[in-house]
Design a protein around this ligand. Structure first.
Ligand code: WTA
Length: 654
């Protein structure tokens, strides 16, 4: 089957996957103890998906049962209609009468090595207290609260406190710049911002309060700022607006009844990159989301009370929302959180942490695994990793070499690996092995989670049984996004318009093998996946054009050994501006200020002209060929083919 648009994330070596014959079947001993032991679950769920999801929903605590499992008016789904629940009650209160009460909910380690433990009872108390603080600041049901914080327990507490009183949190990753923060606050019209004096990254300070102050100059909706003292970093507090967390928490009551929320009420907004310059506020509702993350956490990670579970993602990304906070805590698990970088103070830090806390489940991104590989097997080799029993990956396609290395060097050859495919929009894992029953192959995310119907389709929507095409999800799933905040039309257009209104288009290319297993191939649109982070090319282009020297810019992804993809920018300068090395670093700095360090281009090349079609469209495909050092593809539609030759030569010289 010919692929119309070759997926942009495709790396050389992807074809090798076709010949990937190594199979790893679930180990009998693992299977015997697993939550899911019986393959018939797939057939049962397929036979009656709504009955299946209803059985999952019964594992979640409801104040009032739902009347209808699903009301589906494509592309709008309402899950567990009529049901009432509270996400923070599910993560906290429901455990208080059980053995989990005095179990560690959060084992936290700061980058400098400081430690904190919060049991479920303690986490409950802190959450109630902060919920009361929020109420006093005038926050109520449906109000938006922006959280811009390091990976510290207060971030989870603030999220759960919002959920407790029915407020909507919008977490902005601490690596984003003040500009990006401002844009997200304004889109959500948040009234309260919770931040910290700063955070630690590789031993230096990330001045979060300073960035917040800059953002707030242009974000008038915010009336109150709460500042956590993380590192005794100097801050300027604005009288009447800014208060310290510890001052506000003083004498605050530890009782705060959870607000009974409708299943469809908004739980959070999380911004993610799309194909246009403006980030999309992905909206998740309460009931379906909690059912989706509760079930997938239990089944995919085979999570047990005795586990020490570590998902290395920052809470600022969806992986942290679903699989650091809501999924594991609603399961009463012990969650490890580590604030800092994997190579600080040395490249053994992650493995030292695994040994120290006896981590049993470890979930990370392929980009991290590729870095570990490059640093060498000696680092993990120095530590006792025998407590590990299950490994996971998320965020981008994993190359089979990295998968095998992960299995051998980290998993000691005995741990199953779950390669989990999902998105900010899907809220929950949709394609993944179940570790007790699904045979795995290095590089394949295997099959759809029970109750999820995934397919590969061609451009016209015909099913591709074997071969490549576009990934499609054919029926609603509980944790699916509800809409794009403030932009319902874009929700329909972006996700449900490629084929029919009932088929979801995630924007990923995929291949199916003869067994029906999925091999994810990366994005097919203008979204790049740099080190597991989604970055829209348009966002970076807008940031560049925003610089006074720049007339026009085109940004493409190029294959990168560690990061998966890196950014290459082609820039046309305004009349009379001289290009030099100084300007290159200025422009890189400008992108970092506008978006954050994660969007810094690796290469910037100046050009008098960009290759365009006669209708004026920039030919990014050809720029990608140049950036990756390939022979140029079809150039016949170019207005001026000569532009390209000059550019190619220039890029190679640079
Ligand atoms: C990619 C992260 C291949 C994919 C949870 C998707 C993956 C985007 C995998 C979502 C995987 C995620 N194999 N690709 N196991 N998991 N992706 O919204 O391109 O930050 O569309 O959510 O990451 O990124 P997001």
């Amino acid at each position: 089957m010919p692929r119309k648009a070759p997926p942009s994330g495709t790396r050389p070596g992807i074809d090798v996957l076709l010949h990937e014959n190594r199979v790893f079947r679930p180990d009998a001993a693992f299977r015997r103890r697993a939550h899911v032991r019986d393959v018939s679950v797939y057939a049962r769920a397929r036979g009656n998906p709504e009955a299946f999801w209803a059985s999952c929903a019964r594992e979640v605590a409801w104040f009032r049962p739902w009347k209808k499992v699903l009301a589906w008016n494509p592309p709008h789904a309402r899950w567990f209609v009529g049901g009432r629940l509270n996400a923070s009650f599910n993560c906290l209160d429901r455990h208080l009468g059980t053995a989990a009460r005095n179990r560690a909910a959060i084992l936290w380690e700061g980058e400098p090595g400081d430690e904190r433990t919060l049991t479920y009872a303690q986490l409950h108390r802190e959450t109630c207290r902060f919920a009361n603080v929020l109420k006093e600041l005038g926050v109520g049901r449906g109000d938006r609260v922006t959280l811009y914080m390091p990976l510290i327990p207060e971030l989870a507490i603030a999220m759960l406190a919002c959920a407790r009183i029915g407020a909507v949190h919008s977490v902005v990753f601490g690596g984003f710049s003040s500009e990006a923060l401002k844009e997200r606050i304004n889109d959500a019209k948040a009234t309260v911002l919770v931040t910290a004096d700063g955070g630690f990254r590789r031993g230096s300070e990330v001045p979060l309060k300073k960035f917040s102050d800059e953002a707030l100059l242009g974000a008038p909706s915010v009336r109150h700022v709460v500042v956590v003292r993380r590192g005794n970093f100097p801050v300027q507090m604005q009288e009447g607006r800014d208060r310290f967390w510890h001052d506000l928490m003083k004498d605050r009551s530890a009782e705060c009844p959870p607000e009974p929320m409708n299943s469809e009420d908004m739980l959070y907004i999380l911004y993610t990159s799309g194909t246009t310059g403006k980030p999309k506020g992905i909206v998740h509702a309460t009931g379906g989301y909690m059912v989706g993350v509760h079930t997938t956490t239990r089944w995919v990670f085979d999570l047990k009370p005795e586990d020490v579970y570590w998902c290395t993602a920052d809470i600022g990304w969806v992986t942290g929302h679903s699989y650091v906070v809501y999924g594991p805590l609603s399961n009463g698990a012990t969650v490890l959180m580590y604030e800092g970088a994997p190579d600080w103070p040395d490249r053994g830090r992650f493995w030292q942490i695994c040994e120290k806390y006896g981590v049993t489940i470890f979930y990370t991104a392929p980009t991290a695994i590729r870095a570990f590989m490059r640093w060498g097997g000696d680092w993990p080799g120095r530590y006792d990793l025998s407590s590990l029993r299950l490994l996971g990956t998320v965020g981008e396609p994993i190359n089979p070499e990295a998968w095998m290395w992960y299995r051998k060097k980290i998993g000691g050859g005995r741990c199953p690996i779950v390669d989990t495919w999902w998105q900010t929009e899907t809220g929950m894992i949709l394609i993944t092995p179940l570790p007790g029953i699904t045979p795995t192959r290095p590089g394949s995310a295997t099959r759809a989670f029970p109750g999820v119907e995934a397919e590969v389709l061609d451009e016209r929507g015909r099913v591709v049984k074997e071969g490549g095409g576009y990934l499609a999800i054919r029926r609603p799933w509980p944790a699916m996004l509800q809409t794009i905040y403030g932009d319902p039309d874009r929700y329909v257009k972006q996700y449900w318009s490629k084929w029919d209104a009932g088929t979801y288009f995630p924007g990923d290319g995929a291949r199916r093998d003869r067994r029906g297993d999925f091999w994810l191939l990366g994005r097919v649109d203008d979204v790049l996946n740099v080190a597991g982070h989604r970055i829209g090319t348009m966002e970076v282009e807008s940031a560049l054009v925003d610089h006074p020297a720049v007339a026009e810019a085109a940004v493409v992804g190029k294959a990168h050994d560690l990061k998966g993809q890196a950014l290459a920018a082609f820039v046309t300068l305004k009349e009379g501006i001289q290009s030099d090395g100084d300007l290159v670093s200025q422009l890189k700095g400008h992108v970092v200020r506008r978006i954050g360090a994660l969007a810094r281009p690796d290469d910037i090349v100046f050009t008098a002209e960009l290759p365009k079609t006669r209708s004026g469209k920039i030919m990014r495909r050809l720029l990608k060929d140049i950036a990756e050092g390939r022979a140029l593809g079809d150039t016949t539609t170019l207005a001026d083919p000569a532009v390209l030759q000059v550019l190619k030569q220039k890029y190679e010289e640079d």
